[in-house]
Design a protein around this ligand. Structure first.
Ligand code: FE2
Ligand code: FE2
Length: 182
């Protein structure tokens, strides 16, 4: 694998790993703040980020070693509305800057596997941002978010609300591969 794409995949893996953990912490806080649906959303998206991290890590199987990894990460452990704002900011920088830039490099380098893994993540981050925006509006009004059942594709991290489609709209996996957060 070309070194610049490998470095970008390692950074993406770092960012997704931290997002996975950060959302777990914020799910716990949302539960304590009395917003169980927001907690469920954080847990669902946490799983999606875990799938992204897993896929990026797996793509790096041909480049073993010990590396210093620099990755974007949001910090802060405040009230749930603040955490939702932080979550939206992190998703937004992945959507607007990180993944488009990394995908462009991977395409230029002919690294198709990395392009797929990062494009799948980008698709999910857009859904995450929209779901967090809805939740933030509700919480700022003092209410829990109104959220249907959330499904996360265990193959690509696609995040879907409501009735599960037969196939993942992003990677085509059968719905048997969806993890449900109800
Ligand atoms: Fe995300
Ligand atoms: Fe999928």
């Amino acid at each position: 694998m070309k070194e610049m794409t490998a470095a970008n995949l390692r950074s993406s893996y770092g960012g997704e790993s931290m997002a996975h953990m950060r959302y777990k912490v914020w799910a716990d806080k949302a539960e304590k703040d009395g917003f169980p649906n927001v907690a469920r959303l954080f847990n669902a998206v946490s799983h999606s980020e875990h799938v992204h991290a897993w896929n990026h890590f797996s793509r790096l199987r041909g480049v073993p070693g010990d590396f210093q990894v620099v990755a974007g990460a949001v910090f802060g452990a405040g009230a749930t509305a603040d955490n939702l704002a932080g979550a939206m900011g992190g998703e937004w920088s992945e959507i607007e800057e990180m993944y488009p830039m990394y995908i462009t490099v991977a395409e230029a380098q002919g690294e198709e596997g990395a392009v797929r893994s990062m494009s799948n993540a980008l698709a999910a981050e857009k859904t995450h941002h929209a779901l967090y925006a809805r939740a933030k509006t509700a919480v700022e009004a003092g209410a829990d978010a109104e959220l249907g059942v959330i499904h996360v594709c265990d193959m690509c991290g696609a995040t879907m609300e409501g009735d599960a489609p037969d196939n993942c709209p992003v990677c085509g996996a059968l719905k048997e591969f969806f993890i449900t957060f109800a």
